[in-house]
Design a protein around this ligand. Sequence first.
Ligand SMILES: *Cc1c(COP(=O)(O)O)cnc(C)c1O
Length: 490
Amino acid sequence: MLLIESRGNDGLRAKSVNFSEAILTPIASFGGIYCPAALPELGQEFLKNQLTESYQSLALALIELFDIDIEPGVLQQAVGLYDRFDDADNPVPLIKLRENLYVSELYHGPTRAFKDIALQPFGVILSSLAQQRNQQYLVLVATSGDTGPAALETFKNRDNIRVACLYPDGGTSDVQRLQMVTECAHNLKTIGIEGNFDDTQSALKSMLGSPSFKQQLKDAGVCLSAANSVNFGRLLFQIIYHVHAYLELVRQQAISLGDKVYLIVPSGNFGNALGAYYARKMGLPVERIVISSNANNVLTDLINTGRYDIAGKSLITTTSPAMDILKSSNVERLLFDLFGQQRTRDLMQQLDLHGGYQLEADEITRIQAIFAADYCLDDEGKNYIRQAFDDGYLMDPHTATCLKSWESLCSNSLATVVYSTAEWTKFSPVIDAAITGNVGSSDLQALESIARAANIDIPGVISALFDKPICHESVIDKSDIEKEVIRFVS
Ligand SMILES: *Cc1c(COP(=O)(O)O)cnc(C)c1O
């Protein structure tokens, strides 16, 4: 597989690159990102053959179709990490919620949110590439709470990789913070930043643009890479579970092979949704991919009106913080795939210069043939969490936004998969408020309250966090980040 640049080529870089190049150096000409030049076809035979295979076999077979420049042994080791999920035989369970409504639980990995699905194998691949090239890589992560723990966990003690993870102090849940500050290894550094997630992200961006920072890294013999969702290495692993969810529907006799389904994706940076788009384009029978948002509903507007508009908007803090995003980075790959390099470059330039763009009528028609969208406010989400609990199911606030979309957009005649992106343990105060009415509890109080109400145990990996020693104490002003990171790598 070759990858090409979303905004065209500047004549200085290669016009197309291999998979390994795209994941080591993810930024392309004109500030664009790498996208597959073409996608393989699945075909009915492929799906039929995979019906009797495991998740790991499906993953390897799908990746083989992409024909990437990673050794089979490395891929096997990468995919083998799904054995560490709760159930090695079924790392991504599909649970029936109601007639024609199923939940694909993407959170059974070590850090209890769906970032593990892609970052676990990605860690193996990036580290093995760095070793083969005999290079040292620094992976910089700015997190609002889920990517950080997953990145630290996957790169922990891996050779030739160091991770500096920046999080907004006070801007994450207790569980998320503890997952980061108790993750101790010689190659990991977690730093709290005084400010919110926007401050954290812009601090990281300005550091990436700083000539003195780059020079000091160079002097230390360290290359930079990224583990955020614009890295195509993560996206590859986000196609697999959509195919898997479809196969599970067939196995559970909810549908017959070839029947169309709805996929509902709680979306922020659009990586999960783009994985669904690629799977559909490869031939997975999907009627519509439904994009769910919270009050930060830029994606709802884009799909329903063709207008992407962040000019007058400021970020709203919601109870589904992983979706509190205005600049949804993977939308660019969709624009590229549908409208080509020149148009994508124009649109992204309008977004940068004017804070928005308007698609043409025919472009909107093409998007609406594939996608539908709705958004769900916090109070509505709370009701869905409450309803699900009354039906015997614990649901996190990101997943809950999908139930609104299901009611408003999905006819009951088609089987529907809702993607659940976090375990209840990661956002417990919101869930506690929804099901018991307690407000203002700490994470620990909320975990205990929910466990009592649902008559279950708090999972051991979560309760243990509250007793683990803290090894990353620093909380610093953003002007000191560069110094702190350089001290860590040299
Ligand atoms: C990252 C995340 C999302 C958003 O996924 P995208 O791929 O960025 O759209 C949704 N829910 C949770 C819990 C997440 O961690």
